[in-house]
Design a protein around this ligand. Structure first.
Ligand code: ZN
Length: 154
């Protein structure tokens, strides 16, 4: 069975940056499962897997626009120290959960700490990066009606 919309796909993958550093991998874990066509994975990868079948291996290069987006400078901002009351020692690299103006929970990372404020970055850690996937398809099957209703794999 070839991968097309409404197929459940199980795959092993390794994700590297353009310098060859491994960012993420399913090696040693269960394969990643997703429902094809439901937007469960980034668009640039989903598109390239259409038509693959069990046993296929593929290299997919995903540009930022079809991955985690470009870096948005508006998501980097300096906040007053008062907003971090209760946090003992704020250090570069610390992550916080914040509420976006639309009520969604997002992660922000501390980029800089100075006397006049704390600079945080709410961009996704992989924003602006070219993503290099090495994928092996382990299984392709039809989704159940319940999986289609829910939009994800059970
Ligand atoms: Zn469900």
């Amino acid at each position: 069975m070839k991968i097309s919309n409404n197929a459940v796909v199980a795959m092993h993958y390794t994700l590297t940056d353009n310098d060859g550093n491994v960012i993420d991998s399913s090696s040693g874990r269960e394969p990643l499962k997703y429902l094809h066509g439901a937007g469960n994975i980034i668009p640039g990868l989903e598109k390239e897997l259409a038509g693959c079948e069990k046993g296929d291996s593929k290299k997919v290069v995903v540009e930022p626009a079809e991955g985690y987006g470009e870096v948005d400078p508006n998501l980097v901002q300096k906040l007053p120290h008062e907003m971090f009351q209760g946090v003992e020692n704020i250090e570069v690299g610390m992550e916080f959960q914040a509420q976006s103006p639309t009520g969604q929970t997002q992660f922000v990372v501390v980029k800089d700490v100075s006397d006049d404020g704390v600079t945080i970055d709410a961009n996704h850690a992989l924003a602006g990066k070219v993503l290099n996937f090495d994928v092996t398809i382990e299984e392709v099957r039809e989704a159940s009606q319940e999986e289609l209703d829910h939009g994800h794999v059970h």
